[in-house]
Design a protein around this ligand. Structure first.
Ligand code: 5GP
Ligand code: ZN
Length: 114
């Protein structure tokens, strides 16, 4: 737990969120400012600042991907497709320094991203 981390507080139910999925390791909730009809944020409950905090052998990333798979099926965007995004650091436009993935779907995505 990082003291003033907003996602740590959401993970500990100290701040509210619209939960989509939860288990011992991860929490997924609707983004407060959705950029697509489906916009779910998937976080590890443990505080990692970014993907740069991940080491070889950490199983959390694989678990997050399997949770994204499960949520995409549950929300009906698996067949049409979706985007799973991690923003890292300043140029990656990471605004919350707690590792998270965006699951975006329900509309065609553009490439290249902005
Ligand atoms: P980032 O820009 O760091 O990749 O993504 C952070 C995301 O968290 C943004 O899409 C932002 O809308 C979302 N977010 C920030 N604060 C909150 C919050 O308090 N609740 C929820 N549900 N989403 C948040
Ligand atoms: Zn945190």
């Amino acid at each position: 737990m990082s003291q003033d981390c907003i996602f740590c507080k959401i993970a500990k139910n100290e701040l509210p969120s619209e939960k989509v999925y939860e288990d011992d390791l991860v929490l997924a909730f609707n983004d407060i400012a959705p950029q697509a009809p489906v916009h779910v944020v998937i976080i590890p409950k443990e505080h990692y600042e970014s993907i740069l905090s991940i080491s070889a052998g950490d199983e959390i990333i694989g678990h997050i991907h399997s949770v994204a798979n499960r949520i995409a099926l549950k929300l009906g965007i698996a067949d049409s497709g979706f985007r799973l995004v991690n923003n890292c650091g300043k140029d990656g436009n990471q605004t919350v320094p707690h590792l998270h993935y965006h699951l975006l779907g329900g509309r065609p995505m553009l490439w290249p991203p902005g």
